[in-house]
Ligand binder design. Structure first.
Ligand SMILES: *[C@@H]1O[C@H](CO)[C@@H](O)[C@H](O)[C@H]1NC(C)=O
Ligand SMILES: *[C@@H]1O[C@H](CO)[C@@H](O)[C@H](O)[C@H]1NC(C)=O
Ligand SMILES: *[C@@H]1O[C@H](CO)[C@@H](O)[C@H](O)[C@H]1NC(C)=O
Ligand SMILES: *[C@@H]1O[C@H](CO)[C@@H](O)[C@H](O)[C@H]1NC(C)=O
Ligand SMILES: CC(=O)N[C@H]1CO[C@H](CO)[C@@H](O)[C@@H]1O
Ligand SMILES: [Zn+2]
Length: 566
């Protein structure tokens, strides 16, 4: 996920269906593999003081009061620079007094802002997470007010009109500055502009409500054990048992996905699929209707024929007609294949459940069935081959080889939790330091619940030629090793890790000169492409060999398999 607009998350991850990890049980010990990561550790123990990372302006592990103070400083500095730019007389505008102060401000302030905002996702302290959320609100409100500054807009526009020579990258940057102001209505008359900003606020509020409703949804269904036949015992154990033998299935995606993929009872799947589809329908239907109306008005005011064209203007596709054309084309090319595959699923359902209509509740279940039958895959057994350490070292090896990089762990760097690791990334041939990445891999209380990549600092080049290097953070939700046993990953988790690592490398190898155009800040319909292309390595035998290996667990004196799920 990578969201546009102000005040939204600065991160990217692939939306995933159920990603529940069932912990290993029993005191077992790793028998076969003692895998060490294929990375060198620079052990600089002589200097016991934690050292700062050279060229990284992200500040680690700030306290609650430091976060709030820093947020105020960021805002004050930003005001100062915007005021200075706004005060340039329209006939005296140059690249140096208008564009580069704005570009450098963004580049320098981003890692500081992330120092305030990221603790909300990863801090172990409740107090710090609260301060971080408060700081984020303040900073977002400030950026939103900057994006409405007519004085700055006029100066930038005057600069663009002057036609001073610029390279293509700088020209694109100026174009983006102006475009973003104009998407806020700054080139409209005062009354229309106010209307645009009023509608924008309404859109934000409605969208927030909609998401909030979904997050707060605590509806559930109750099933007896026999009604849940097919789901693994381990999964059943994680469900709350309400009354004698009835289990709570909530509308959280990992519950829903497990039932839809594995439950043999068609009626149960149907109830769950229906309840999931109807989540919050009583409240969010009217929100949705309002939102459609308000967005339409908003887009019309800004000169677009509808909201889709407004949204697409930032994307590679550019217009809704192009999108429709693309979808039609896909549909006509794939229909035959889809019908053929659907017929197979329907036939399977007929064999298993008799003559019943094939519904939305059947898709995941029978797709999984086909995979297991046709390819003879036992997803439970597969998991034995993906101990997390081995997967990680394999991923490191593949990415280093593929992109000519060298990763080195920095063991004495400052971090926010002892599980967090930091790595330097070097260009293999020149030895140049390209950037850093942090890995915060294991799930823990209070930590953000998705797997994603977050930018902590973006690559950029200042007017003076000084280069700022990119810094990335990968957050994931793996189960920590238990009693020294490397935890095992489902194959889908392996792919997801590979995918996020693709984002990390895309961020780090970027050579853009503007923080705003760097890393993952590409057109939103392109942002997932590099990581998705890289995912394909997970299906090649040579790379599979690097990221896998049999993992055997011994429990007392008999070999036991770890609990399996999906
Ligand atoms: C305002 O900017 C938008 C987007 O760049 C453009 O389509 C529109 O024609 C402009 N309107 C005016 C009044 O200049
Ligand atoms: C609850 O379960 C116990 C043990 O399985 C059984 O003896 C009892 O009759 C059950 N009670 C109800 C109300 O189902
Ligand atoms: C983070 O800072 C707190 C104090 O604010 C300190 O107690 C904690 O040890 C620090 N954590 C790490 C991992 O350095
Ligand atoms: C830096 O990159 C991130 C992720 O690619 C992006 O969300 C953010 O807006 C960029 N920062 C600036 C200052 O543009
Ligand atoms: C998740 C979601 O969007 N839930 C529902 C909101 O309301 C509409 C209209 O009833 C449903 O179609 C959605 O599924
Ligand atoms: Zn992604």
């Amino acid at each position: 996920m990578e969201s546009e607009g102000n005040g939204e998350k600065k991160m990217s991850s692939k939306p995933k269906k159920g990603s529940n990890i069932i912990p290993l049980t029993g005191a077992a010990a790793l028998l076969t593999l003692a895998v060490s990561l294929a990375i060198t550790a620079i052990n600089n123990r002589r200097n016991s003081k934690k050292k700062d990372l050279r060229g990284c302006n992200f500040r680690v592990n700030l306290s609650a009061s430091e976060i709030l103070k820093l947020a105020d400083r960021i805002i004050a500095k930003s005001k100062e620079v915007h005021d200075a730019v706004a005060s340039v007389p329209l006939d005296k505008v140059t690249y140096k007094n208008v564009i580069s102060p704005l570009a450098e401000l963004e580049a320098q302030q981003f890692p500081l802002a992330q120092s305030c905002v990221v603790p909300k996702l990863v801090s172990t302290s409740d107090k710090v997470r609260k301060a971080s959320a408060e700081a984020e609100k303040k900073i977002d409100a400030h950026s939103s007010s900057c994006s409405k500054r007519e004085d700055v807009y006029l100066v930038v526009k005057a600069f663009a009109a002057k036609g001073e020579w610029m390279g293509p990258e700088a020209r694109h940057y100026v174009h983006c500055l102006i475009r973003d102001f104009e998407r806020n209505g700054l080139n409209l008359t005062a009354t229309k502009r106010e209307e645009v900003q009023r509608l924008r606020a309404q859109i934000d509020e409605l969208s927030f409500q909609y998401v909030q409703n979904l997050n707060d949804d605590s509806t559930y269904l109750l099933f007896r054990e026999n009604e849940l036949a097919g789901v693994p015992t381990e999964f059943l154990k994680t469900l709350e048992e309400v009354e004698n033998g009835t289990f709570k299935v909530t509308s959280k995606s990992h519950h829903v996905a497990a039932v839809l993929e594995l439950c043999k009872i068609g009626k149960t799947r149907r109830l769950v699929a229906m309840a999931y589809g109807k989540r919050c329908a009583n409240v969010n239907l009217s929100i949705m209707e309002d939102l459609v109306q308000v967005r339409h008005k908003f887009a019309r005011l800004l000169g677009y024929s509808h909201y889709a064209d407004y949204a697409l203007n930032l994307r590679m596709a550019k217009t809704s007609s192009k999108v429709l054309e693309f979808l039609e084309d896909l549909s006509s090319s794939l229909s035959n294949l889809a019908n053929k595959e659907l017929a197979v699923l329907k036939e399977l359902k007929k064999q298993e459940e008799g003559e019943l209509p094939f519904g939305v509740e059947d898709l995941l279940y029978y797709v999984k069935k086909v995979e297991q039958q046709d390819f003879d895959v036992d997803f439970g057994a597969l998991k034995q081959y993906f101990p997390v350490n081995l997967v990680l070292s394999g991923i490191f090896k593949i990415f280093q080889d593929l992109f000519g990089l060298r990763f080195e762990e920095i063991v004495d760097a400052d971090v926010w939790h002892s599980d967090v690791q930091v790595f330097s990334v070097f260009d293999l041939s020149s030895g140049e330091l390209l950037g850093y990445f942090y890995l915060d891999m294991y799930t823990r209380e209070g930590k953000y619940g998705q797997t994603c990549m977050v930018s902590l600092q973006n690559g950029s080049v200042e007017f003076s030629g000084t280069r700022q290097i990119p810094v990335a953070l990968l957050i994931s939700q793996l189960q920590k090793d238990i009693c020294g046993i490397s935890s095992l990953l489902r194959f889908s988790e392996v792919v997801s890790l590979f995918h996020e690592f693709g984002h990390v490398v895309q961020h780090l190898c970027n050579r853009a000169s503007f923080a705003r155009l760097s890393g993952l800040r590409v057109d939103p319909d392109f942002v997932e492409i590099p990581a998705q292309v890289l995912e394909n390595w997970c299906y090649e035998s040579f790379s599979l060999k690097l990221i896998s290996g049999f993992h055997q667990v011994i429990h007392l004196d008999k070999i036991c398999m770890c609990p399996e799920y999906i």
